[in-house]
Design a protein around this ligand. Structure first.
Ligand code: ADP
Ligand code: ZN
Ligand code: ZN
Length: 724
């Protein structure tokens, strides 16, 4: 019987699929992409083995249609990571590869760098006068934009700035005014001055070797963690190696990219979700061929191939954005650690507020614990003061004492930041007569008022509508906006401080491209002195004149159904408090609460995050929750409630008495209906990780055969972060 080639195809299939070698040409090597027939479709898969005993009789195997790579598309270390991730997250290997590869490679494009083409003015073009083109306003605008960008612009970048239809560009090129040239590789930047490291920073740098070890860089806000990363990256580059730096979604700001590129004499491949397909492929290939010394990116950048890996850094390692919530539900932080082990390079996990899992690993000695206890600039970390607002009259969520502190800081020339983790105008619209609440028709959730109350948005499914004129239940005419979001707090502050410029930071306010940069520049220049924002303001930013931070409301973090909510709240409060008093002005932080006696809240504010974390760890240990137990969440959803409930009941029956694994549920998800689908959960918990995975290995493949499996959408989430 002839031997077969096994291909991991992007389909919900574990294992792989066997094919015959292509009719002509050389057989593919393991790790190469191939195009294969699959049902009635054609898919691009990755070869995992080249000489296997076929799973079905050889005569019925189909043939590989084309071999797309003569070399493996991924280096061996990364393939090993994919195989590991497929096993750990119980996800089909072909889909793991698909999640790893840039879109264009998934579609079968050649894995070759094609430098992007740039438009720029020719010498003739530069000699023109804008007025020459007065009768062709489109051309005139293109001319003006290109005159401002001597280095050239890609077609996409040009079109962001002005309309630039292809035929207009062609016409201008035919006149010899503009030309399209291949982009030169990014020039290594000049070295900006390096500050002398402080003793704790130097000790941290010295503690990181060149072999595999995981380090928790636990440094208070502003302690100079980024300087430690930079020193380690410089060292890796000097040794001829590359560094991979992961940052949270909202941490990848132009300032950070600039800070890295001003300091490091190497091209930096920046990978984030806003890239176009061609740009992403080019950055990915630059990392794979080794011409980019540094890869800087968000979650999915953990899968970037590196020719000569030397260092992996995860900044703000506690950040929830490292967890992918659909498809391959991976933790980029955990995969980064695993990857460092596979590649035998050091990993550095940095945070002022480490995740409990990470602290636990450091306490057990699995991670080296490096501490930076002081701010690099010598400034003090401000203490957080509780402001009991139970008996106070609040105006749009703000108490009079807080307003007075704001006035005081503004008068003294400082800046004030108000933090509220809720965007929009108000979180609910309620009928004064009967208590009816405007709900989303497709979700079990109240609609949020936006635009000063002129629109209702669902934050869970994106539905939008205009607010009803009267109550939909009783016809009452008095509908009240209850509670406050960033829009409302910003409006109240504008009314109270009409002469002070305010900058609002939330997903709505910075939706337009470039808006975030503009706002940050206003704050840095001192033009804007009042800041209102969500967690977007909690990280990374260094505003030297910011002297007051007010936490408008963090109480919803105290009593959430999610056992991680309190940890998250503590991290956010600590991070946002850390924005205050970074420069010469002493910082002040005020937290408004209706629960001033909450024991964990007191612990956090009186003894700091580390002591709080100890208390939380003790609680988790007592109940066997992570990091003292291991969880997996089987989720099922369907347009009706019955199918997912039944499916999970059957799944639980099938589990029987699983050794070492407890089943919690099935139960409706805390938000039972979302986007028109009913959602149910079955939570699995094990004291030992091995027990959980052994169980999942045996159990999951059988779920697809359950009678109701085809009527629901189901998925397994290993190490779930959100239980909503
Ligand atoms: P973190 O990443 O811990 O928040 P940063 O690396 O951004 O801290 O440093 C905070 C501030 O301190 C920055 O303005 C940085 O330029 C400055 N800084 C960091 N290390 C030093 C140092 N060794 N000497 C002087 N200034 C430093
Ligand atoms: Zn009513
Ligand atoms: Zn909805």
């Amino acid at each position: 019987m002839s031997r077969a080639i096994r291909v991991a195809v992007p389909a919900p299939l574990h294992g792989g699929f066997d094919y015959l070698p292509p009719a002509a040409g050389p057989a593919p090597v393991p790790g190469a992409r191939v195009r294969v027939p699959f049902g009635r479709r054609r898919l691009v898969g990755v070869v995992t083995a080249t000489s296997t005993e076929p799973a079905v009789a050889g005569g019925r195997l189909r043939r590989i249609e084309a071999v797309l790579d003569s070399e493996p598309v991924l280096p061996p270390g990364l393939r090993e990571l994919c195989t590991w991730a497929a096993r750990y997250y119980h996800h089909p290997l072909g889909e793991v590869y698909a999640a790893t590869l840039p879109v264009l490679l998934r579609q079968g494009r050649p894995a070759e760098r094609r430098p992007p083409r740039l438009w720029r003015l020719t010498e003739t073009g530069r000699a023109l006068d804008g007025a020459d083109l007065a009768r062709a306003p489109r051309q005139q605008e293109i001319w003006r934009v290109l005159a401002d960008a001597p280095a050239g612009l890609t077609t996409a970048a040009l079109r962001e700035r002005c309309p630039a239809p292809a035929d207009t560009l062609r016409r201008m090129a035919a006149h010899g005014w503009i030309e399209s040239v291949a982009a030169a590789p990014a020039a290594p930047a000049a070295g900006a001055p390096t500050p002398a490291l402080g003793p704790e920073q130097a000790a941290a740098v010295g503690a990181v070797g060149s072999d595999f070890a995981v380090h928790l860089l636990h440094g208070v806000t502003g302690s100079g963690k980024t300087e430690v990363y930079l020193a380690l990256v410089e060292r890796a580059l000097a040794a001829g190696r590359q560094a991979l730096i992961l940052v949270p979604e909202i941490g990848l700001t132009p300032q950070l990219i600039e800070r890295f590129s001003n300091r490091l004499a190497t091209p930096i491949a920046v990978l984030h979700s806003g890239l176009g397909d061609a740009e992403r492929l080019d950055a990915w290939l630059a990392a794979r061929e080794g011409s980019a010394g540094v890869v800087l990116g968000t979650r999915s950048a953990v899968f970037t191939p590196l020719a000569r890996p030397g260092l992996i850094v995860v900044d703000e390692e506690h950040d929830p954005s490292y967890k992918q919530q659909d498809g391959l539900r991976y933790s980029a932080r955990d995969l980064a650690v695993r990857r460092a082990q596979i590649e035998d390079v050091p990993a550095v996990l940095g945070s002022a507020t480490p995740a409990l899992e990470t602290l636990h690993n450091a306490r057990r000695g699995r991670y080296r614990h490096l501490r930076l206890t002081r701010r690099a600039t010598g400034a003090d970390i401000p203490a957080v003061r509780l402001l009991d607002v139970r008996s106070r009259k609040l105006s749009e969520g703000l108490s009079e004492p807080l307003l007075q502190r704001i006035a005081h800081h503004l008068e003294g020339g400082g800046q004030a930041l108000l933090f509220l983790n809720r965007r929009g105008y108000a979180p609910a619209l309620i009928c004064h007569d009967c208590g009816w609440i405007a709900h989303c028709r497709r979700c079990d959730a109240a609609l949020t008022l936006h635009r000063g109350g002129r629109r209702l948005d669902c934050h869970h499914c994106g539905a939008q509508r205009s607010p009803p004129a009267v109550c939909e239940h009783c016809g009452g005419k008095e509908l009240i906006a209850v509670g406050e979001g960033t829009e409302r707090v910003a409006a109240a502050l504008r009314a109270r401080f009409p002469d002070v410029r305010l900058a609002r930071f939330d997903r709505d306010a910075v939706a337009a491209k470039g808006r975030l940069e503009d706002l940050l520049a206003e704050v840095r220049s001192g033009a804007a002195r009042l800041l209102v924002g969500t967690q977007m303001l909690a990280k990374g930013h260094d505003f030297p004149d910011l002297s007051l931070v007010g936490v408008v409301n963090a109480d919803h973090g105290l009593f959430s159904a999610d056992f991680r909510a309190f940890e998250r709240m503590a991290q956010l409060v600590t991070q946002v408090a850390g924005r205050a008093g970074r420069g010469d002005r002493a910082g002040e932080v005020v937290l408004q609460t209706r629960h001033p006696d909450h024991p964990l809240l007191r612990r956090l504010l009186e003894s700091g995050y580390d002591a709080f974390a100890e208390a939380m760890l003790a609680e988790r240990e007592a109940v066997g929750l992570p990091p003292f137990g291991h969880l997996a969440l089987l989720q099922a959803e369907a347009p009706g409630a019955e199918a997912p409930a039944r499916f999970l009941d059957a799944a639980a029956d099938l589990a029987g008495d699983a050794a070492g694994v407890e089943l919690w549920g099935p139960a409706p998800a805390p938000m039972e209906r979302r986007a028109g689908r009913y959602r149910f959960h079955l939570l699995l918990r094990a004291g030992r990780r091995g027990d959980l995975h052994r169980f999942l290995d045996a159990w999951l493949p059988r779920l697809a055969e359950l009678p109701g499996a085809r009527r629901v959408r189901w998925a397994i989430d290993v190490d779930p972060q959100d239980l909503i």
